[in-house]
Ligand binder design. Structure first.
Ligand SMILES: NC(=O)c1ccc[n+]([C@@H]2O[C@H](COP(=O)([O-])OP(=O)(O)OC[C@H]3O[C@@H](n4cnc5c(N)ncnc54)[C@H](OP(=O)(O)O)[C@@H]3O)[C@@H](O)[C@H]2O)c1
Length: 314
């Protein structure tokens, strides 16, 4: 697969990334079975063999099971750890942590971030995570305190580079001003069903600051595909029916699948959006990789944008 640089860092990654959110086959750690773990490992190996070199996970994915399954694969597949970029995220504390009545919340205190990152490394079974990301903005975060935690994690050799997820551009600026190291990636939801990043300043900032934008749910959790298994509550209102006919028309004209066209639509943006593929079906993982070889025309791109907006350009 083609590669792109990650932000201003020396890291390079495959054009598309693989996301490990769903690899346990459930959100509930109590429901993970030997068979679902094995299916998850097979999906990760299929992605590696198809040329994906960035693997995205987070401490909260199935309460750490996603990180453990990725760690099992890294142990199983000789040489894989040195050839891939491992990205994990922290900063979200689920309800019940540490007291039964503690609310679900965000915590960028230095002690929490350092402890969360160390726990992630333990579950992944590795010494260093390549990119450590703040998962969702903590409204009480002190940028200087976050910068301190980052500095400590980097000095200890536990993290190579840092990024953020689901931030407003102004908050990225505030954090970057306090951090001695560059923030190299920003993970947000982007797809034909979720266009905000194109107009809310996120992609503009990525262009200006050379931050790599990563698109989560690039197929709207499966709605732009063969249907969704599990959607986030925020995705339940999506109505892709309005743009699917236009997508299918471009797919037919180009002899490609609907999903490949939807992903190559993201790839065309000049900020070098990196879609994070979430299917655990090995055939679909390989199919998605073909998007790296399809270049849409400007006309096709706008035709799809207009269909997704549901109205002509102003
Ligand atoms: N930073 C954040 O806040 C955040 C939030 C959410 C996700 N993420 C990251 O983004 C990654 C991707 O998110 P996502 O899983 O929602 O992405 P997605 O690629 O939009 O959706 C994947 C889902 O679509 C289904 N699907 C149906 N038809 C498909 C087809 N033809 N091709 C491919 N998939 C099809 C898959 O089911 P099958 O598995 O049955 O194929 C799977 O359940 C996650 O793994 C995670 O790493 C980050």
């Amino acid at each position: 697969m083609q590669t792109i640089p990650l932000g201003v860092s020396l890291l390079r990654t495959s054009r598309l990334a693989y996301g490990c959110w769903r690899v346990a086959g459930t959100w509930n750690p109590g429901e993970v079975t030997d068979a679902s773990r094995e299916a998850g490992r097979r999906a990760i190996i299929a992605a590696y063999e198809a040329g994906y070199t960035l693997f995205d996970t987070a401490d909260i994915y199935c309460h750490g099971e996603s990180e453990r399954i990725l760690g099992e694969v890294l142990k199983q597949v000789s040489g894989m750890r040195d050839r891939i970029i491992v990205l994990t995220k922290g900063g979200i504390r689920p309800a019940g942590d540490p007291q039964p009545d503690s609310p679900g919340r965000y915590d960028f205190s230095s002690s929490h971030l350092i402890n969360a990152c160390e726990q992630s490394l333990r579950r992944l079974g590795i010494e260093t995570v390549d990119i450590y990301m703040l998962h969702r903005p903590d409204l009480l975060a002190e940028p200087e305190e976050v910068a301190q935690a980052f500095t400590q994690l980097k000095a200890a050799g536990k993290v190579r580079c840092f990024g953020v997820s689901n931030f407003r551009p102004t908050l990225v600026t505030a954090l970057q001003a306090a951090c001695p190291m560059p923030l190299i990636a920003h993970q947000v939801e982007i797809s034909l069903a979720k266009l905000d990043a194109f107009t809310d300043g996120t992609l503009d900032q990525c262009l200006i600051e050379h931050i790599t934008p990563m698109a989560w749910s690039p197929l709207a959790g499966g709605l732009i595909g063969d249907g969704a298994n599990r959607l986030l509550p925020s995705q339940e209102c999506y109505r892709p029916e309005g743009f699917l006919p236009a997508l299918d028309a471009v797919a037919k004209a180009r002899g490609a699948s609907r999903t490949v066209v939807a992903l190559s639509w993201l790839l065309k943006h000049p900020a070098n959006i990196q879609p994070i593929i979430g299917t655990i079906n090995p055939d679909r993982i390989r199919e998605a990789a073909k998007a790296a070889d399809l270049e849409l025309t400007r006309e096709e791109w706008y035709r799809l944008l207009i269909a997704a907006r549901g109205e002509p350009m102003p």
